[in-house]
Design a protein around this ligand. Structure first.
Ligand SMILES: [Zn+2]
Ligand SMILES: [Zn+2]
Length: 439
């Protein structure tokens, strides 16, 4: 990027001219408040060396976290412990394959993809080149990061451990500490945004010529200055943020290869359809039990709400509030907020666009936290295996709830925030047009 290049806002589609900002400073969109770019796009941070150090550390800690048991329970001389993969295996064997697959992808596969791709890309940047497949790998980082839920899993582990102290003696194992360290390193790695890395990659050398498989898109000198604005407003790539000529609709981004759209096709229809499915499933998710407990005292099922009430009554109001916020408040407010966004965008409302964009960003940010209860159910089911004393199994409510979380996450990804601003843009255009007519 050089001074004066056009830059597009991801959330509202407004166009700006790029100006250098100091290290640690952010350039924000004046109409929706979104961060357009950070000072380190040109400054010294993040250096490839620090990226390699952090991601390599995260990969090692990830391997420890996945290979060692997380906690062990001891009850009347019987012990029971599990690694995350063993816990997933228990769910799978109990015919809860869908929940097992969800946990496997969110807690095992997506973090591995994110960290692996990030490590490979930064190792290349350390040597001053783009690795073969650089653009594809950055899109993998971007996508995997959206679905990797290490921090949610960590809170789930803590909630489960605290919950289990009322039932048995809880002995921490290396997996617990490794997941704690992994959460911190992943938070640091969030700083390495794919958009900033794309900018770093533009200045790095091309991949070695032997890597013929990937060479088609790895041309040097891709920048926003090359866009032709004469034919109309350019289209910003939704993946890498690069501006493309307005004739590019439906074609591929000239840098990263993502399909270009002025707006996500059928965005509102898809959002409504996914929301309706999520709202329907939300009913069984709350009525059916998420867990069954079999113990000497008898057999019983727990719904999400009865679990919250139980925590409250047994003297853990903190846990009751955490589960209530993650499992009831977040999904309900997400459904309401997305319905509000889709409805107002569909009717072309001009009410508080900046506020509505902020609601959209909030929905994107909090959505993942609803998975907390699913992680707690998975770990509880795997840990409470004391033959005749107590056995906990997962119920159909957990399956319905997991589907609600995934459907609302896809719905918010399908909603195009630029639609919020279209009604205003249309009005501005009309005013301009009328002005010319009168002149
Ligand atoms: Zn904006
Ligand atoms: Zn792109």
């Amino acid at each position: 990027m050089t001074d004066g290049d056009p830059v597009g806002c991801h959330d509202c589609g407004a166009l700006y001219r790029w100006r250098p900002v100091a290290d640690g400073q952010r350039a924000r969109c004046t109409r929706c408040g979104n961060v357009l770019y950070r000072g380190y796009a040109t400054g010294p941070a993040p250096t490839p060396a620090s990226m390699v150090a952090v991601t390599l550390g995260a990969v090692l800690v990830y391997l420890i976290a996945q290979c060692f048991p997380i906690v062990e329970l001891e009850m009347n001389g019987l012990t029971s412990g599990a690694t995350l993969l063993q816990a997933i295996g228990v769910l799978w064997n109990e015919r809860m394959e869908v929940i097992a697959a969800m946990v496997f992808f969110f807690a095992v596969v997506f973090p591995a993809l994110e960290l692996g791709a990030l490590l490979y890309v930064s190792a290349g940047l350390l040597r001053g080149r783009r690795v073969p497949g650089f653009h594809l790998l950055l899109r993998v980082v971007q996508g995997a990061r959206h679905w990797a839920m290490t921090e949610v899993l960590m809170i789930g582990i803590l909630v489960t451990a605290i919950k289990m102290t009322s039932l048995a003696r809880v002995i921490p194992h290396p997996g617990l500490f490794a997941f704690g360290a992994l959460t911190i390193l992943c938070a640091v790695a969030l700083r390495y945004e794919p958009r900033a890395l794309w900018a770093l990659g533009d200045h790095a050398g091309p991949p070695p010529p032997s890597s013929g498989l990937w060479k088609e898109r790895d041309k040097a000198g891709v920048d926003n200055a090359a866009v032709d604005t004469a034919a109309g407003p350019p289209v910003a790539c939704h993946a890498c943020g690069l501006l493309n000529d307005c004739a590019c609709e439906g074609r591929h981004c000239r840098r990263c290869g993502a399909t270009l759209h002025r707006r996500i096709p059928n965005s509102i229809t898809w959002t409504w359809a996914l929301l309706a499915a999520a709202a329907l499933l939300y009913v069984p998710a709350n009525i059916l039990p998420v867990m069954y407990t079999e113990s000497i005292g008898g057999t019983g099922g727990d719904t999400i709400m009865s679990g919250v009430v139980l925590f409250w009554e047994t003297g853990s109001p903190g846990l009751a509030i955490v589960i209530f916020v993650a499992s009831v408040l977040v999904p309900v407010s997400k459904l309401v907020a997305l319905a509000l966004l889709a409805g107002t965008a569909q009717w072309g409302s001009r009410w508080a666009p900046a506020g509505r964009t902020r609601i959209y960003r909030m929905v994107e940010f909090i959505g993942r936290w609803s998975m907390l209860d699913i992680f707690v159910v998975t770990l509880t089911v795997a840990l409470v295996r004391f033959q005749t004393l107590a056995v906990i199994t997962a119920g159909p409510g957990a399956l319905a709830f997991g589907c609600v979380v995934i459907l609302t996450m896809i719905a918010s990804a399908q909603f195009d925030p630029r639609l919020i601003w279209d009604a205003l843009d249309d009005k501005e255009k009309r005013v301009e047009h009328n002005g010319e007519m009168h002149a």
